[in-house]
Design a protein around this ligand. Sequence first.
Ligand SMILES: Cc1ncc(COP(=O)(O)O)c(C=O)c1O
Length: 466
Amino acid sequence: MSALDLSPEEFQALAARITDLATRFLTALPTLPTYPSVSGLQTRECFGGPLPERGLKGAALETLEDVVAMSRPPSPRFFGYVLGSGEPVAALGDLLASILNQNVTAWRSSPAAVAIERQVIEWLAAAVGCSGFGGSLCGGASAANLMALAMARDSKLPAGGSHARPAIIYASSEVHMSIPKAVALLGLGRESLHLVPCDASWRMDVGALEAAIAKDVAAGGKPVAVIATAGTVNTGAIDPLEPIAAVCRRHDVWLHIDGAYGALAALARPDRLRGLAHADSLSLDTHKWLYQPVDCSALLYRSTAAAHTAFSQTGEYARTFGSDPLEAFAFFEESMELSRRFRALKLWLSLRYHGAEAFRTAIHADLQHAADLARGIGDTPDLELLAPVELSAVCFRYRGGVVDSDLNRVNAAILKRLIERGRVYLSNASIGGRFALRACFVNHRTSDSDVAAIIPEVLAASREVL
Ligand SMILES: Cc1ncc(COP(=O)(O)O)c(C=O)c1O
């Protein structure tokens, strides 16, 4: 017997302690401060120290109370960044996924897991109006965007051909930082990302895109991909997807839609996201607007052949045998990952447990909460909305009697104070150089009264710093 082995009784006792801790945490969640009162030194002291030579056994679990206490809770009043709320049925699925320890490389290695992931991909594609798309799950939209750009490059500027003409990628000036990172990682050169200006609503200016492509083509450049964003990280703006798709078709350019934040809003408001189906590839994060625990993103694509072109480099040891289309299926032929965790289990369990209607209703509620907050800001003379609210991100600032040159500093101080007060959690954005307080609703736990707490908290924090 290995020293690492556990008896079934030991496992059950440990699992019961963990689920008891998790249950107490979930019960206390609505009353916990939105940010833990903790310093860097405290975290280092609490979790530092030498690796024990002899196991602590059950005592090792005692520090989990500190892990919980020093974590930022997924509170109903957490409105920072674009962070989903962590649906607990999915979390239980994650536990089982780790116990099963499937390596979701290919059907041969993990029959149930591959079938479930392929089913989940089919559901997600249908939910955003892209039925028939293939795809796979990955850690985050940063990885999905990287894979999408690799597919675009290999489709439109195939390796083995001439690389003398640099590939040009287009995105709006509001593009997420994962895109410049992907361009750099792919060795395309940072200068090959051409940023297109936005209109007054922070959406890509399609006329400027068309002009930029025409200019680059005339100069001998090779446009390869346009990245449209469906839900920008700052304001939730949705680029004009259908006109951008028409430009891409005219110039034979790959259309990738970064829907990390916004694409899943199509469950509730397909009218606002018309055009997703024109994408060659689409990234979306279920750990954002489908409330799944991190990490669970999806890359969907129209052409499986394009995924194979980019990612099929199969070594002999991993080659799949047989011709049955289900049993010969291998995710590693369509993804940059080989070893892959069973991410689909949480999503499959969570979606089947609650049903599509419950998720649609939660997304509707998030959209309504954003609209309610925007209206409240409009009704509050000391506050000012800084961008239109297209999805569920609301960017605003305290105005009061503050002189223009002090507004950024004052609002940064208000945000810091607001977070310290621990009653609501907002993050920030820069809107045309203006420091914005930013609330983003992708939280199934939030109620109307949680939303109603935001404005009084901002005003209370502003009184404390002014
Ligand atoms: C529009 C957009 N794209 C990409 C990303 C990156 O996603 P991830 O954090 O899952 O890598 C984000 C994250 O907020 C985003 O909002």
